[in-house]
Design a binder for this molecule. Sequence first.
Ligand code: 5GP
Length: 211
Amino acid sequence: MKGTLYIISSPSGAGKSSLLKALFEKFNQNDSMYLSVSHTTRNPRPGEVNHVHYHFVTVDEFKALIERNAFYEWANVFDKYYGTSRELVQQALNNGKDVFLDIDWQGARQLRDMEPDTQSIFILPPSLEELRKRLINRGQDSEETINKRMSKAQREISHYDEYDYCLINDDFDTTLNSLWSIISANRCKVNVVKENFSQCLNNLLENYQKE
Ligand code: 5GP
């Protein structure tokens, strides 16, 4: 069994975290999906829990992990380090789970080069006005931080066309269903079925010589 690696990227405030949360609540009853928890050197925001939302580490700790080749990918985003643990992701994939990485376009590029079967999905807000409104309503950031996030959003958005799929998150439930459709369709791809259901296929084609 081998799971698929999914990359989900978006500018902050487009709804990526809420979508992933709902995806896991609604569609992960059989524990077939794994959400990777990244390491970061940024400070926790109010309500964020160490080892749940991120593994919060110091810059020295992060650099030591780079030295040990512990990251599948890592990047510097908004002057802070972020990285994905290689071991945990590979373990989950080898256990047949679909693994979800909430990472930026720089990490997405690194992984696409390393793992050609990676499926990457970009979540867009319906407009810049709506993005600002959502950041304000989230109530997590100061006005100054919101302005900074808005100015960085377009840089992130400009990379949308490097991805396999692009979802415009206008209506939450529609976007969630589209996200689940991508995952469901991928599970039916011939190469995925061939890899994960070899016993079943062997049985179906037992003693048969293909023409
Ligand atoms: P935030 O600080 O708002 O949680 O995340 C800022 C950005 O860093 C987001 O675009 C998020 O997807 C990205 N990010 C989070 N974890 C990782 C990671 O492990 N690797 C990379 N490359 N980006 C990450």
